[in-house]
Design a protein around this ligand. Structure first.
Ligand code: PHE
Length: 455
């Protein structure tokens, strides 16, 4: 009774709201920017195959487990482990703090890529992107990222927009915004795909995406695919845990997670089918890396009737998709700060945004002022991405699996995922539990150690 604040804790208000907000977190630049560029630079279909396996066998079970913990505790990522860990063992909340760090690292480079997308909206509207020539497209992108002031300016704009929405709260901010925007994104991607698939090089693009060459699957490729599976489903860093704490009591967690996983996968595949045919039709380099999307998308639209309009809408929607994901990234530190230090939501959001602006500056300047600062051969942008996606998220994933599989246990998991006897899903829960206890942690550990060349 002493904690009046607990009884009015903010949360999602409808089942549809839960679905779109969670989907809004999963769908983002990961689908439209990271998935195509990683698939392109890691050999195509073989990478896609490993990514699919990682998503089904590791990603989905971890997503279910994470969401479950959050809803059981109804607290932020750190406090959740304090509440659900037996005998208040101090080390479990460390998982939440790792998530705090991962969120800030991801936001640092994510906000920059989102900034490029915002900038491209204006370039598209001004007709500056009307080219199918890889050289010209490359020069436009290089011009943008090499300008330090523009890089920082766009990043700050993105942080300002997303920070203001998070300040409004979970139901009035996050849920209200994602509800309106997610359906639109799907429709536009379908249009884009139809256009790209009717290009002359479409078949070659599709075979790059769908005919695997197993020789290209190296340990490093495995680790990258696993990292992408975590990044895509927003797991391993307390994000789904935090969103789970806003889920309704009668929400069917395994069903919601499965729907989100499939919808997210479809968006990635649609983005791939929109991009790779164009890559081959216009002679772009599939392994171009982070710049790939920014060069091929304009080419897909140019020479199509109404191309400028569609191109602009596409970048607007990508910007929107990035907002949904950033809201969930911000929510991890914001919930921790607001609930643990009684800061209030507004101040917690402000501090988080400021921290990201500081940490994000070296990432934003990675193609200009900080391009020579390298650690393990990576500039700050690449380093933040590598550290978070390929190390912190899988590591967080292992710890969550160990916690749920070996400490939390099957009986409690059955109660939580069965909504206290309301759902008849015991078999499914046993399967998820088996994956969480053995399959997921062992495969993550093997891929992580092998990929980092530790054994
Ligand atoms: N899933 C988001 C995307 O694919 C990124 C993200 C990662 C969001 C981790 C939250 C947590 O764009």
């Amino acid at each position: 009774m002493t904690q009046a604040a607990n009884s009015v804790r903010d949360g999602f208000t409808t089942s549809f709201g839960v679905l779109v907000a969670t989907l809004g977190s999963a769908v983002g630049l990961g689908n439209i920017w990271k998935f195509p560029s990683l698939t392109g630079s890691n050999g195509g279909a073989g990478f896609l195959l490993v990514y699919l396996l990682a998503t089904l066998l590791v990603g989905l079970p971890v997503m279910i487990a994470e969401t479950m913990l959050g809803r059981a505790a109804r607290a932020n990522a750190v406090s959740t482990f304090e509440r659900v860990a037996p005998r208040r063992q101090w080390w479990w909340p460390v998982i939440g703090w790792m998530g705090f760090a991962a969120a800030l690292l991801i936001l640092s480079f994510y906000s920059e890529v989102a900034g490029w997308v915002y900038a491209y909206i204006f370039k598209a509207l001004a007709g500056e992107l009307a080219t199918t020539d890889p050289q010209v497209a490359g020069a436009i992108f290089a011009g943008l990222v090499a300008d330090p002031l523009a890089s920082l300016g766009w990043q700050w704009l993105v942080l300002g927009v997303t920070g203001s929405i998070v300040m409004l709260g979970v139901a009035k901010g996050i849920e209200a915004v994602t509800r309106k925007l997610m359906p639109l994104l799907f429709i536009l991607l379908l249009v884009l795909c139809a256009r790209s698939l009717s290009l002359p090089g479409a078949a070659q693009g599709l075979s790059f995406l769908f005919s695997p060459d197993l020789a290209k699957i190296t340990p490093a490729v495995l680790l990258t695919a696993l990292g992408l599976a975590f990044f895509k489903l927003s797991i391993g860093m307390g994000c789904m845990l935090t969103y789970g704490s806003y889920f309704r009591d009668n929400q069917n967690i395994p069903a919601t997670a499965t729907r989100v996983m499939f919808a997210d996968l479809s968006v990635s595949l649609l983005a791939g089918m929109a991009i790779f045919p164009a890559v081959f039709a216009f002679g772009f380099e599939p392994a171009a890396g982070p710049s790939l999307v920014f060069m091929t998308i304009p080419a897909v639209f140019t020479a199509m009737p109404g191309g400028t309009v569609f191109m602009s809408i596409f970048f607007i929607l990508t910007a929107i998709a990035s907002v949904g994901a950033m809201l969930s990234l911000l929510e991890v530190p914001v919930a921790i700060l607001a609930e643990r230090y009684a800061l209030g939501r507004k101040r917690a959001s402000l501090y988080t945004i400021l921290a990201v602006a500081v940490l994000g500056a070296p990432a934003a300047l990675s193609s200009s002022l900080t391009s020579e600062i390298k650690l393990f051969g990576m500039n700050p942008f690449e380093l933040f991405d590598f550290l978070s996606s390929n190390i912190l998220l899988p590591l967080g994933g292992i710890l969550i699996c160990v916690f749920v599989g070996w400490v939390y246990g099957l009986p409690e998991m059955t109660r939580q995922l069965g909504n206290h006897g309301e759902l008849r899903n015991q078999r499914l829960i046993r399967l998820v539990f088996f994956l969480i206890r053995y399959v997921a942690p062992l495969s993550i550990a093997a891929v992580l150690l092998h990929g980092l060349k530790i054994f």
